[in-house]
Design a protein around this ligand. Structure first.
Ligand code: ZN
Length: 275
C-alpha cells in the first residue's frame, strides 16, 4: 500500500501526494441536449476518462427539457457504463419544492430534504427501478441541489446504495452509514492534494468552459481517476478533526457565495421591473 492510500485511509489530507480528480456530469435525461453532451466525448475518449453519470430517472423539471426526447439516450448511457463510467441516481423527478433543511445547507428549495421517509422511499425505489429497467446499474446517489437529509441516507442504505457524491471535504469519508465521495468543484481548478470531483452541466457549459476543461485534463490526465478506482484503492473512515474543520469552513464559504449570487439575481430582477 502506498502513502496516498494510507493518508486517505485515515480520513485526512496527505499533502505529500498529488491531487486526484473525478469528472461528474449532472442532469442527464432524455430531454437534455445530446449535441451539447457530445461535445465532451472526444476529450473523454482521448484521455480515457471514466466519469460519473448523474441520471434523472423521471425528469419533470422544465429547465432540463431543452431538446426533443432522445430515443438513444438510454442506450448511450448503457454503452458508457459498459466502457467504465459509473451511473448515479440523480434524485427522482428533479423538481425542487421542499424547504426542508439539508445536511449540506447550501441550497433551498430541494427535492428531497425534509420530505417524509415513506415518500422518499417511494421516490428512491421508483427511481432505481426506472434506471434498472433501462439496463443501468446505479451505484451512487447525487442529490439535486445538494438537497438530502439523514432520512435520505437511511433509505439509500436500505436500498443498497452505499455511496453518495457530495460533501466539501478533501478526502472521501463515512458518515450516516454511507460513504461520501466529495464534490467540491464546478470547473477545473488545480489542487495540491486530495480527491476532487468536478461537476459539469453539459446543457449549459459554453465552448470556452469546455476548452478550459480540455486543457486541464490534458495537463493532468494521469491524475484523473474513476469511481471504481476510488473504491478499489481507498479504505474509507470517518473524517479526522482537522478535515472536519476544513469541511465546515468550505461549507460556510459556499453558502455565502450562493447567497450572494441569489442576492445579485434578485437585484437584477428588481432593477428590471423598475425600467
Ligand atoms: Zn441536477
Amino acid at each position: 500500500m502506498n502513502d496516498t492510500i494510507a493518508g486517505f485511509k485515515q480520513g485526512r489530507l496527505d499533502r505529500r501526494m498529488p491531487a486526484q480528480y473525478l469528472l461528474r456530469f449532472d442532469d442527464l435525461c432524455p430531454t437534455a441536449s445530446r449535441a451539447k453532451f457530445q461535445r465532451f466525448m472526444p476529450m473523454m475518449q482521448e484521455f480515457r476518462i471514466k466519469p460519473i453519470l448523474a441520471v434523472v430517472p423521471d425528469n419533470r423539471d422544465q429547465e432540463l427539457m431543452v431538446s426533443p426526447h432522445d430515443f438513444e439516450f438510454w442506450s448511450e448511457m448503457r454503452a458508457m457504463e459498459s466502457a467504465g463510467a459509473t451511473v448515479a441516481i440523480h434524485g427522482f423527478q428533479h423538481v425542487c419544492r421542499s424547504r426542508g433543511k439539508a445536511l449540506l445547507p447550501v441550497n433551498r428549495p430541494t427535492e428531497f430534504a425534509g420530505i417524509p421517509e415513506e415518500l422518499q422511499r417511494q421516490w428512491i425505489c421508483a427511481g432505481l427501478k426506472i434506471l434498472r429497467a433501462h439496463g443501468l446499474n446505479p451505484r451512487l446517489w447525487v442529490a439535486p441541489r445538494h438537497g438530502f437529509d439523514h432520512v435520505t441516507l437511511r433509505v439509500l442504505k436500505s436500498q443498497g446504495i452505499k455511496f453518495i457524491s457530495d460533501g466539501l471535504a478533501r478526502v472521501p469519508f463515512v458518515r450516516g452509514g454511507v460513504t461520501w465521495i466529495p464534490q467540491q468543484l464546478w470547473e477545473p481548478v488545480e489542487r495540491k492534494g486530495g480527491l476532487w470531483t468536478i461537476c459539469l452541466h453539459s446543457n449549459t457549459a459554453d465552448d470556452a468552459a469546455i476548452e478550459r476543461l480540455y486543457r486541464f485534463v490534458r495537463q493532468h490526465a494521469c491524475q484523473f481517476t474513476s469511481f471504481d478506482d476510488v473504491c478499489a484503492e481507498y479504505s474509507f473512515s470517518e473524517l479526522r478533526v482537522s478535515e472536519r474543520i476544513y469541511e465546515c469552513l468550505a461549507t460556510v464559504r459556499l453558502r455565502a457565495s450562493r447567497q450572494k449570487q441569489d442576492l445579485l439575481r434578485l437585484m437584477r430582477m428588481t432593477k428590471g421591473h423598475r425600467v
